[in-house]
Design a protein around this ligand. Sequence first.
Ligand code: CP
Length: 307
Amino acid sequence: MLKGRHLIDPEDFSLEELDSLFALADSIIKDEDSFRNLCNGKILATLFYEPSTRTRFSFEAAMLRLGGQVVGFSEPGSSSVMKGESIPDTIRTVGSYVDIIAMRHPKEGAPKYASYYSPVPIINAGDGGHQHPTQTLTDLLTIKEVKGNFSNLTIGLCGDLKFGRTVHSLIKAMSRYENIKFVLISPNELRIPKYIKTEILDGKAIDYAEVERLEEVIDSLDILYMTRVQKERFFNEADYIRLKDSYILDREKLKLAKKDLSILHPLPRVNEISYEVDEDPRACYFDQLKYGMYIRMALISKLLGVM
Ligand code: CP
């Protein structure tokens, strides 16, 4: 039962609860018209303290497509946050007006903190370099649609594995399934945080390897999850400039890959996937962003208890 729950961490939901979300998303994809009035009279607030295109628009489009309405801000400068209002007071206020809140914040743990004060469900729409659970739901739905299941996969995660919160959430989520191997491809400075290794990979005895060169391992991958280097999380611009083009996936590198490789990317992309790759049938990232809206439609419906 997901009614009234918060979604803060990818592991907040059981595998059975995730299956029920994917099944609902699949039904919506197949017959969206049947779900048009599901959220009539309900209101979603999108509180985005950090920039976003996909997450905010897909949440808002999801609610509107379900017949609900949307309020919120896309940057906190237009709200009383600028006058110094705290997260608890903002959440108590907004929670008195709406039925559900999606919140993105640069500080790790901010949505969890908000959930302690919220009278309505809080959805973490990304907290600093920490977690991005609805991107993970998007990634999982994409994997289910393109691979048919979540087991027996070798998943390459490439790019900024230090600051890339989508990667942290995806490792957490996929490590719950059978016979998953991760290949972690990054420059030395952008390796996966130690806590992910000790708590999840070593903690659950998951098979993984860390390498620096994509060309060395691309032929072994079933899924290649590319990420951009996260400029906004660097303290030093010179470091960002040095590392930003560490990986550029192009046609030449793809010649080494499996014919049934699936290329995912949470987007936005900067330089890490050449535009020529968009034409390759293995490129799934534009389907992936559409699945993001459908899984958010399913999530909103379940948390509001209308499905
Ligand atoms: N994938 C993702 O979170 O994109 P946005 O930052 O545009 O929301």
